[in-house]
Design a protein around this ligand. Structure first.
Ligand code: SF4
Length: 343
């Protein structure tokens, strides 16, 4: 696939401003409507603000999901103090929420905990982690849970044969992912951390009914993605995964959503996923997903956040359209704040 031209930041800034959906019958009890443009753009300079950043501190993982789109191609990760330095630069540029995923972030449990502590205590921002659940422990949550707003665990199936087909297992053996989900969700409730579940709908699970398990686990939020091809990661030259056999149509994705409509899935098809996330790799380079592949830009350590951000290919309109701004904090009831960021 060809990489389309990187966007000029001014092109994005100059594009027609978007607004929130305005309700026709606004009551006094509704939260105030605030122009989102003032939250994602500096009102003086017009520059975009990296309000919500997804940081992949390393690429290593103990699972082998066939659709993985941040595969373990190298073992690089920044030293802890350098990573903190980078996060400070991002916070100074306006980052309000940090989501950490991977790779499996809990393979560096100490690094992860200290990053969360720094983000919460020193930077005062919202924090979240997405993981596969297999390495989460109660002692870690006791030590670091207070610095975490939400914890997400990926689960594509409650059928272990399906998980083995997908590759969501260690060494091809059953990982009892449903047991992991139940255990970690209970721990999150004990530690007052919001619990999220992520599901990638693909050729092996789109016909599954997850209703019973969802009733037991009761995630605070359930995000459902359509499997996505990314050149060089799970498709094409240089890829160490092949997600092509896992692809489904938009109609199959919709059938899965319809089957689970009572469980409030937050759905993201391929259009919503591409370019609506700000992805930061292990060297703190924004990843540009335009053109169906992830192309790293310049590192924030080399050129600063503003210049590095120009490489990101981020589409703020898509970010807002996919519901990127809403309540996330574990301390604040839903909709108490007019604007907060996806988790
Ligand atoms: S759990 Fe699966 S999707 Fe997530 S990083 Fe590991 S291999 Fe990739």
């Amino acid at each position: 696939m060809q990489l389309s031209a990187m966007p000029d930041i001014d092109t994005i800034v100059d594009s027609t401003p978007f607004t929130q959906t305005v309700k026709e019958d606004v009551s006094l009890d509704d939260p105030p409507i605030v122009d989102i443009n003032t939250r994602i753009r500096d009102t003086n300079s017009g520059r975009l603000i990296p309000i919500s950043v997804n940081y992949f501190p390393h690429r290593r993982c103990n699972y082998r999901c066939g659709f993985c789109f941040h595969t373990d191609k190298n073992s690089f990760s920044l030293p802890l103090e350098k990573a903190k330095e980078g996060l400070k630069l991002l916070a100074d540029a306006g980052m309000e929420k940090l989501n950490i995923s991977g790779g499996e972030p809990f393979l560096q449990a100490h690094f992860l905990g200290e990053i969360l502590r720094y983000a919460k205590v020193n930077l005062g921002i919202s924090t979240g982690v997405i993981c596969n659940g297999s390495k989460v422990t109660q002692p870690w949550l006791s030590q670091y849970g207070k610095y975490l707003d939400y914890l997400g665990v990926s689960c594509d199936s409650f059928d272990e044969d399906t998980n083995i087909l997908i590759g969501r297992t260690q060494d091809g053996k059953t990982s009892l992912q449903w047991r992991i989900l139940i255990k970690v969700s209970e721990w999150c409730r004990e530690h007052k951390i919001k619990f999220k579940m992520n599901t990638v709908v693909n050729a092996y699970n789109w016909e599954e009914d997850m209703g019973h398990a969802l009733e037991e686990i009761k995630p605070d939020r359930w995000k459902v993605f359509q499997v996505l091809l990314l050149d060089g990661e799970n498709a094409g030259k240089g890829a160490i995964r092949n997600a092509e056999p896992l692809l489904i149509s938009r109609e199959q994705f919709q059938v899965f959503l319809d089957r689970h409509k009572d469980y409030a899935p937050v759905a993201e098809d391929n259009d919503a996923m591409e370019n609506s996330y700000l992805l930061l790799d292990e060297e703190m380079r924004f990843l540009n997903c335009q053109g169906g592949k992830k192309v790293p830009g310049r590192s924030i350590f080399d050129v600063g956040v503003d210049a590095a951000f120009q490489d990101a290919g981020w589409e703020p309109e898509t970010f807002v359209e996919r519901g990127g701004i809403f309540e996330w904090s574990k301390d604040t009831p839903l909709l108490e704040k007019p604007h907060s960021y996806e988790w």
